[in-house]
Design a protein. Structure first.
Length: 158
């Protein structure tokens, strides 16, 4: 019975493929292919507005680069922490709040205690536990010291 159903469905699919190919198909030229050719010939008339948009994008990139470069971080921080806590520990990226809380301005000792608590399961967070499960206490201390030093690297801008 299964073989009969599969054979019928296969015949229907092949018939639909033949029908689509005989009509020219949307992606093989056909009538709808002419629409794409017309789009290519459309002249650009709003040059000034495009330049303004490009300038806005460039300004946004400069601001982002300035924020990211304001605090020096290790590759380990970038790979494990920055996605949730931001490149500078602010908990923000491009003006939006990220998943992780703000780390900037916290003491290294408090951060170390929190990291140990996450690793040992005293604080519940699946993501943090997963990231820290194979991290030894020496590495946790390095993370805490690095993050604790953010405020001294970038005085006055946070």
């Amino acid at each position: 019975m299964k073989n009969i159903i599969v054979a019928i469905l296969t015949i229907i699919i092949i018939a639909l493929m033949v029908l689509t190919a005989s009509k020219g198909g949307a992606y093989h030229g056909g009538e709808l292919g002419k629409v794409i050719k017309d789009i290519d010939k459309t002249p650009v008339t709003k040059k000034e507005s495009m330049e303004d948009e490009e300038q806005d994008e460039l300004t946004a990139l400069r601001n982002k680069a300035g924020n990211v470069g304001a605090v020096e971080v290790s590759k380990a921080y970038k790979s494990k922490c920055a996605a949730c806590h931001g490149a500078d520990g602010s908990g923000m990226q491009d003006g939006r709040k990220l998943m992780g809380p703000k780390l900037y301005g916290q003491s290294a000792d408090k951060l170390y205690k929190n990291l140990i608590d996450f690793k040992d399961g005293r604080k519940e967070n699946v993501i943090m536990k997963g990231l820290l499960i194979n991290t030894d206490e020496k590495e946790l201390r390095k993370f805490a010291d690095e993050i604790g030093s953010f405020s001294s690297q970038n005085k006055g801008s946070k």
